[in-house]
Design a protein around this ligand. Structure first.
Ligand SMILES: [Zn+2]
Length: 890
């Protein structure tokens, strides 16, 4: 073998052999336990970044180690290929999104292959393949039939200059990203999936440990995020009555304005009500109130997302209309509030300023009365400022509330519900924060919604036999709306019902649809007849899913919902798609910048600067290593701390550069060693160098001992006949193996790597006497090291395993059995005990393992330390704590 480690040669040879053997193709083998390990599919943005490298290496280590343990492991890969960035790139470069996307996929696939991932590429899926999105369309039609999908009106962002609908991320500070025009809200028809129907089931598996589908294998924080997003509220829905009539003389809302509250116990504290700008009472009042009409128009220009509503300033205007309090009969003024959503509940809320922080601020701003109706212990209520206890329902007891006085929260809510029910004005109700899923996007690069619009028949589903509705791939978006609207060859079609000329729907599906079930398609990727089949029965549920925390809510929730729909349509048998979830931490790097003379910010690459530390070793700044432009070497540079890798901040590291320079094994080893998978990883060039040096040492050790290793046979010795040093080495090896095996189970791959480093240290430190026993133990040690390190660094280990003859003796490394800990090797020949003299630690003594008390006492008494303190006198007393210490009193 080569003396020198040549990563490029080693890696290309290993990859070529794996490719030739089709080494990672798996089938549904019923004779082995299955394990399905999957990374969230990437968006083909152009090239891999370090976050990808980290995610896929975690998955690859899991896959390779479990295969050695006898599992049938599936690790597939695919592409989340539809979406807005491809349209934006198309706009910028005047190429069709399809071309841009396919080129990126091709390049990123070569990068993944260069990483040496154990992907079964025969199952590759790109969501822009008609063979894939056909099933989006097919299932959508099934959902329409089942009443799970339906057509409703939706509010969208409308750019009045570009005459196009904008995605939320295309609205910047309330203006269109291209035109700069003030964005309007418009109501247009679209399709919704009724995810709220599944809210209880979706909640149970994340919130209730008693639930049979409880996701115990998910991070606590993700379960909590989902629980909050689903947002179950149990409260009371009730009506304020009124006699406000519309222009035609009919009572608006039958004379009832409904609200929902989780704090019905504070009902006696209502001093105003607020309705959404789109509420019928608001519209009625605005007809004779120009200032209110202007305010409502202003509200219509805000964002449509909940996040935008949560951050915008709370504003309101009185309508001059009054409704009647259902319990007291008092007249309560109705306000229009920009924070009230028409799509939530009934579009109206009661205002209790004394016990709701938002209402408190609103009442202070507009001079509305504040009435305390709840107390908590001896706390003193003040109108001056909000205090947290005002809103604390756990400690709340009703006051100033007539029949409710003295009741705590729960009892008061029940009493209020009872009183309202007796008047026929309200009842207890459960509501959800979760909204139904609007899937219509007025965009080109997505799955066409399979609907045909006929003047006579309305919205007609495309017959299943005509699927897929294929998206034309040669459109180039020009920023002026959906290009499908101009594609007459796509647009014009005969109505499937009556045969008259009709037009196809031009909306496409939200790309979250694509990612809601791709992991099931991997299981039956080649099936042209069915969406999913036997492969899904075999592989699902997925055993381990790996992805970023940014997908903790929407993607995972939609995938869970979609799986449940497929179950109810009898397509799959599982209730939950992902048994275990790992959210890998982000990859961060240091950020260095400097204010330019013109007041701008200039960023510097980490390799261009050297850090300046304070006395405690903390980075407090940096300076230029060499002159750059007009800046001389030594110029002071500001240190900004660490942040996510980004092109604009000059702190990204291109995985390809790293692979080219040091090889994939080094890149893999570094990202695994630098930090536990779930924590953030701070980039560190010297850590990369360290990883590379370790790999070179492994190679060097193997090359130095090549002859011995090739001749010897691992395990060909008798433990009892080994000399002491060899026994000590074996004990170190098997202790490390025990730790590493445990860390693989926990997916703590950083300590797997440190365990491998311990093993190499032990092997390098071993002075062989050339005996058969020593040679066999050395050989065993290398065989253990190669197998422990293989999942992290598959190329070098695979190469050495073959070169050194292990493959010939124990089979190919990919399927070599995971080594078992030899308990006999762990038995210690000698025990080390702490030595104390008069209760103070003075060193240690060594005794044979299994030595009796008398032997230990004699050894301690004879030690140099005891002799020093006893000054020739015999010890007064010796106390032995078995296995730990011996204390000699002199
Ligand atoms: Zn028709």
């Amino acid at each position: 073998m080569n003396e020198k480690y040549d990563p490029a040669a080693v890696e290309s040879a290993a990859q070529a052999a794996w490719r030739a053997a089709d080494a990672y193709r798996v089938t549904e083998d019923q004779n082995k336990p299955k394990f399905y390990a999957c990374s969230m599919l990437p968006y083909p943005s152009g090239k891999l970044h370090m976050g990808h490298v980290r995610n896929y290496t975690i998955n690859d280590m899991l896959t390779r180690q479990l295969r050695m343990k006898g599992f049938n492991v599936l690790m597939p890969m695919g592409w989340d290929a539809f979406g807005l960035p491809a349209e934006n790139a198309a706009l910028k470069n005047a190429v069709p999104p399809e071309k841009w996307t396919r080129e990126n996929i091709a390049y990123m696939k070569t990068q993944m292959q260069a990483m040496g991932l154990a992907v079964d590429w025969s199952r590759e899926v790109a969501t822009c393949d008609p063979e894939y999105y056909k099933w989006n369309q097919w299932l959508f039609l099934k959902m329409l039939e089942a009443g799970i999908a339906e057509r409703r009106t939706q509010v969208v962002n409308w750019d009045p200059v570009d005459m196009t609908v904008l995605a939320n991320e295309q609205v910047i500070d309330g203006r269109g990203w291209r035109s700069g025009a003030v964005v309007e809200k418009r109501e247009i028809p679209g399709y919704y999936l009724n995810i709220v129907q599944y809210a209880d089931e979706l909640l149970g598996a994340v919130a209730n440990p008693e639930d049979p589908n409880y996701l115990a294998g998910w991070p606590e924080r993700v379960r909590l995020m989902q629980e909050n997003w689903i947002g179950k509220s149990e409260g009371v829905r009730f009506a304020f009555t009124h006699d406000i009539q519309d222009a035609a003389g009919a009572l608006i809302g039958d004379g009832r304005m409904y609200v929902f509250t989780t704090r019905a116990d504070t009902i006696m504290g209502v001093t105003f009500c607020a309705v959404a700008p789109e509420h019928p009472l608001a519209a009625h009042a605005a007809a004779s109130h120009p200032a209110l009409a202007a305010f409502i128009a202003e509200c219509a220009q805000g964002g449509t997302t909940e996040a935008e509503l949560a951050t915008q300033e709370k504003k309101g205007m009185a309508t001059g209309l009054f409704v009647t309090h259902p319990l007291t009969g008092a007249q309560v003024e109705v306000w229009v509030g920009n924070y009230v959503l028409m799509s939530y509940g009934d579009g109206a809320v009661m205002g209790v300023p004394a016990h709701d922080e938002r209402d408190f601020a609103f009442a202070k701003k507009y001079g509305i009365a504040i009435k305390q109706v709840v107390k908590a212990g001896d706390e003193v209520f003040s109108l001056d400022a909000w205090a947290d206890w005002y809103g604390d329902k756990q400690r709340a007891v009703c006051v100033n509330s007539g029949a409710l006085d003295g009741l705590p929260y729960k009892e008061a809510v029940s009493k209020v519900a009872e009183l309202l029910a007796a008047r026929g004005l309200g009842e207890k109700k459960t509501t959800w924060r979760l909204r139904d899923w609007g899937i219509s996007r007025q965009r080109y690069w997505g799955t066409p919604i399979p609907i045909i619009h006929c003047d006579d028949c309305g919205a007609v589903p495309v017959p299943a036999k005509d699927l897929p509705v294929v998206l034309p791939i040669d459109c180039v978006p020009d920023g002026s709306g959906n290009p499908l609207k101009k594609r007459t060859d796509f647009l014009n079609v005969a109505c499937p019902c009556c045969g008259k000329p009709a037009q196809r729907e031009t909306d496409t599906m939200d790309t979250f649809v694509d990612s809601s079930w791709y992991f099931m398609r991997y299981c039956d990727a080649q099936n042209s007849e069915q969406m999913v089949a036997g492969g899904t029965d075999y592989w699902m549920p997925m055993d381990q899913y790996i992805g970023g925390i940014e997908h903790a809510i929407l993607h995972l929730l939609y995938a869970r919902f979609w799986t449940k729909v497929m179950r109810d349509l009898k397509l799959v048998k599982v209730n939950e798609p992902f048994t275990k979830l790992l959210t890998q931490g982000m990859v961060l790097n240091h950020i260095y910048s400097r204010r330019t003379d013109k007041g701008g910010i200039e960023y510097f690459w980490p390799h261009e600067v050297e850090n300046v530390f304070d006395a405690g070793g903390k980075i407090v700044g940096a300076q230029l290593k060499e002159a750059k432009g007009d800046l001389p070497a030594g110029t002071a540079i500001d240190y900004q701390g660490v942040g996510t890798m980004s092109k604009s901040k000059n702190n990204g590291v291109d995985p390809q550069d790293l692979i080219n320079q040091h090889g994939a094994d080094t890149a893999r080893l570094f990202v695994m060693f630098a930090s536990p998978p779930e924590q953030t990883l701070e980039w560190n060039d010297s850590g990369v160098e360290g990883a590379h040096r370790f790999i070179k040492r492994v190679w060097g050790f193997a090359a130095k001992n090549e002859a011995v290793l090739k001749a010897a046979t691992a395990g060909d010795f008798s433990q009892a006949e080994l000399r002491g040093d060899a026994r000590t080495l074996r004990r170190e090896l098997h202790l490390a193996l025990r730790q590493v095996s445990h860390d693989y189970e926990r997916m703590q791959y950083n300590t797997v790597v440190s365990g491998c480093m311990k093993v190499l240290n032990a092997l390098e430190g071993f002075k062989s006497d050339g005996s058969d026993g020593d040679r066999a133990v050395l050989c065993e040690g290398v065989s253990l090291l190669l197998r422990m390190l293989y999942p992290a660094c598959p190329h070098i280990t695979w190469s050495l395993w073959s070169e050194l003859g292990f493959a010939a003796r124990q089979g190919d490394l990919l399927d070599a059995p995971w080594p078992a800990v030899d308990e006999a090797a762990l038995v210690q020949d000698e025990l080390e005990l702490v030595l104390q003299v008069n209760g103070k630690t003075r060193g240690s003594i060594k005794v044979p393992a299994g030595a009796d008390k008398a032997t230990i006492e004699a050894t301690a008494a004879a030690s140099a330390e005891v002799a020093r303190f006893a000054e020739g006198k015999p010890p007064k007393k010796i106390i032995v704590v078995p296995g730990r210490l011996v204390n000699v009193v002199v």
